[in-house]
Ligand binder design. Structure first.
Ligand SMILES: NC(=O)c1ccc[n+]([C@@H]2O[C@H](COP(=O)([O-])OP(=O)(O)OC[C@H]3O[C@@H](n4cnc5c(N)ncnc54)[C@H](O)[C@@H]3O)[C@@H](O)[C@H]2O)c1
Length: 268
């Protein structure tokens, strides 16, 4: 017999609805590379979803323009200049961001540089710069941020589809991004016991300043397009949903994963 007046017994296997909703309202977020194509979209997406965002970048003018034009009207965005290739500058940025935010819940490690060159033409200083920014800087951004993240914190690294498929003339970049992929897994297992999740996103070809030269080269562009099952290049906004999801409590049991956002490229 069904007793409609019976008090329901809480099912410990069910999450409260608030924790299953993909949301970042109230979270305190650092976005590095926030003045670039993808970083800007993520900054705005996070702020529109109610997060407090410190947007950090080496490029002063686009950073100032973003903060000036996009902050307010319900969005909380602050800007900080820094150089990910300089570890002192990185430390100062993280400390200042944490102070401004009043703590830290999420790091989106998006800043990065590309080097398009035949491997034999790459100089030692070019190799060093790509590694210093894309791999060494990103690693220390994770370790420094992890000191402030409490249980429930999330780090989202930006790797690349080119960490899984080889593409001509970007050997150094691919090596750095492959390092980022494995670094993500290594940090995820090390920090899981602290309740800190570490995941990565692997963008395919996204229309930003980084790929403008490829998009302006019709034979190269068409060759690439044929390899994308979705039949189009990505837009910066295509990365926002995946980033917000990985930052949210809905992803609370997901760590050490590399989520490809590439229109199907690496599944080919
Ligand atoms: N666009 C793509 O197709 C694509 C594909 C795969 C991976 N990614 C990765 O996504 C991330 C964002 O790329 P994007 O396409 O938006 O590029 P972008 O060039 O538009 O943005 C990169 C941002 O990083 C900043 N930056 C560069 N060096 C820095 C440094 N030393 N310190 C601080 N900031 C620095 C730049 O000023 C810029 O604002 C990068 O890590 C990139 O490698 C992009």
């Amino acid at each position: 017999m069904i007793d409609e007046h019976a008090v329901p017994v809480a099912d410990p296997t069910l999450l409260p609805v608030s924790e299953t909703v993909i949301g970042v309202a109230g979270k305190r977020v650092i976005v590095t590379g926030g003045a670039g194509g993808i970083g800007r979209a993520v900054t705005l997406g996070m702020a529109d979803a109610g997060a407090k965002v410190v947007c950090a970048d080496i490029s002063a003018m686009p950073l100032q323009a973003l903060v000036r034009e996009s902050s307010g009207n319900g969005r909380w965005i602050r800007g900080l200049e820094f150089d990910l290739g300089d570890l002192d500058s990185l430390s100062r940025m993280i400390e200042s961001a944490v102070q401004t935010l009043g703590g830290l819940d999420v790091l989106c490690n998006i800043a990065g540089v590309q080097l398009r060159k035949p491997a034999r033409d790459v100089t030692a200083s070019e190799w060093q710069r790509v590694m210093d920014v894309n791999l060494r800087g990103s690693f220390f951004a994770c370790t420094q941020a992890s000191r402030y993240l409490t249980s429930g914190g999330s780090i989202i690294n930006f790797s690349s589809a080119s960490s899984q498929v080889a593409i001509e003339n970007i050997s150094v970049y691919s090596a750095a991004k492959s390092g980022m992929t494995q670094l993500t897994r290594a940090l995820a297992i090390e920090w899981a016991k602290d309740g800190i999740r570490v995941n990565a996103i692997g963008p395919g070809y996204i229309r930003t300043g980084m790929t403008a030269d490829v998009m302006a080269d019709p034979p190269r562009r068409d060759w690439l397009l044929q390899r994308i099952p979705a039949g189009r290049f990505g837009e910066p906004g295509d990365l926002v949903g995946a980033t917000v999801f990985l930052a949210s409590d809905a992803a609370r049991y997901i760590t050490g994963q590399i989520l490809m956002v590439d229109g199907g490229w690496v599944a080919w």
